[in-house]
Ligand binder design. Structure first.
Ligand code: PSV
Ligand code: MN
Ligand code: MN
Length: 430
């Protein structure tokens, strides 16, 4: 039996109060799409299958390098985090899994953790290791690197942590390990680029060797931060080199905030699909750097263009194409649950819009060099308001027509604030 933290009657009452309007809007959208030879019910069935994982670390309030302003009722531990993720899933119905981060989410009994997740109807997605910060009582420091550290002892400690993550992942039903390291240098001359990369490969080979047969290893690149001069796995080029040299199970994960401003991320996606090395995504949005803003809040067209590549790859049956979708955001000034629900729906929206691209027409315009009509074809899909479609999918699945409104009406945040003590102000973040 699934535990529900938002009263199902509240969700049903709200859905009932808007159902006539949603039905009418859905019918109207169906008529519009029928004129474009799209059957809305077929589209609905396709979009209803879409899922994106929630990061366990995303339900807490984040911060910046300068300060963190705690939110009300923040989760105290991974059990609280899962409860918040359960609320998200209860309302949006497209976030059935959680991506945990270790050692932040470490517990003594993983069977219990798995059962706790299942009680909210949740499973676990990729496990994330953390060798980018030191933990209490950790013998050796990662100040000057982890998997690429010049000292073999530090590298061994970082490898051992990743092996432990795999062991935990096996117990909670994960099928992938995501490795992001902050290793790099802050000054020219600080590190030897080639030797550092070779150490990265050597450490990762040991981790790769411990992967169960049905697991994948996701290598996440990031241009800068915390290393401000040079990062070891700074872009998809280094990531692809590493993935190709490690083996079939190693793939490249694309975090949308990990590129230079204006980078053509959708083209990187196309290249990784070609190389059969696309692991999946950490969705978020950014204006400047790794801002970790809500997905699609700054550049929704970019997110749509990423999905345009993904839908194209799926429809053309690109080999070894099975990307994992995860959110990776930090919420400093909003309620994390509201931001994560909004982002999950935004990502789902872009998927639906990308499914609306008339690909036969697009190919024709591309082949005849009709540039304007090719661009218009994408814009026609992007400009389609699929809100009634998404509402209908949620209502039919027992979710909320308007997740944020229903969440606010439930008083959930005030309820947890009463039992979860407020954290004091602090500086710095993860
Ligand atoms: C690094 O910036 C990152 O995107 C990685 O995915 C980390 O695991 C995550 O953020 C959490 O800090
Ligand atoms: Mn990330
Ligand atoms: Mn990041």
């Amino acid at each position: 039996m699934t535990t529900t933290k938002i009263a199902p009657e509240l969700i049903a009452d709200h859905a009932h109060s808007v159902s006539a309007r949603v039905d009418s809007d859905y019918k109207h959208l169906g008529e519009q799409l029928a004129r474009r030879n799209v059957n809305i019910d077929t589209l609905k069935a396709e979009v209803a299958k879409f899922a994106v994982a929630v990061p366990s670390w995303g339900v807490g309030t984040g911060g910046t390098r300068f300060a963190r302003f705690p939110g009300k009722g923040e989760p105290r531990n991974v059990f609280d985090k899962l409860q918040d993720c359960g609320v998200i899933q209860q309302l949006v119905r497209c976030t059935p899994t959680v991506s945990p981060h270790f050692p932040w989410d470490k517990v003594s009994d993983y069977k219990e953790l798995r059962q706790h997740a299942e009680s909210f109807g949740l499973g676990f997605d990729a496990v994330n290791s953390n060798t980018f910060s030191d933990q209490k009582d950790q013998p050796l420091s990662y100040k000057f690197g982890s998997l690429t550290h010049a000292d073999a002892g530090v590298r061994a400690q970082a490898v051992a942590h990743n092996l432990e993550c795999i062991e935990i992942g096996k117990q909670i039903g994960s099928k992938a390990l995501t490795v992001w390291i902050g290793d790099g240098s802050n000054f020219p001359g600080q590190s030897h680029f080639r030797r550092q990369f070779e150490r990265y490969l050597d450490s990762n080979r040991q981790i790769y060797a411990a992967l169960p047969a049905d697991w994948n290893m996701f290598l996440e690149h990031k241009m800068f931060e915390p290393a401000f001069y040079a990062t070891v796995i700074q872009d998809w080029g280094s990531s692809l080199l590493a993935a190709q040299s490690l083996g079939e199970k190693a793939r490249c994960l694309v975090d949308l905030g990990h590129h230079a401003p204006n980078t053509n991320i959708e083209m990187i996606v196309a290249r990784l699909v070609h190389a059969q090395k696309l692991a999946g995504f950490h969705f978020n949005d950014s204006k400047y750097g790794d801002d970790d803003l809500d997905s699609g809040s700054i550049n929704p067209f970019q997110l749509f263009l990423v999905f345009n590549e993904l839908v194209d790859a799926a429809q053309s049956k690109a080999p070894n194409f099975n990307p994992a979708y995860m959110l990776d955001q930090s919420h400093n000034v909003t309620d994390p649950i509201e931001s994560l629900m909004t982002s999950a729906v935004t990502v789902q929206r872009c998927y639906a819009q990308a499914l609306l691209v008339d690909r036969t027409a697009l190919t024709g315009y591309q082949d005849s060099n009709d540039v304007l009509m090719a661009a218009q074809t994408l814009k026609t899909a992007f400009h389609t308001d699929v809100t009634p479609l998404l509402q209908k999918i949620r209502i039919e699945a027992g979710g909320a027509a308007d997740p944020v409104a229903t969440y606010r009406a439930s008083g959930y945040r005030a309820g947890v604030a009463a039992v979860r003590p407020a954290a004091g102000p602090s500086s710095g973040i993860v």
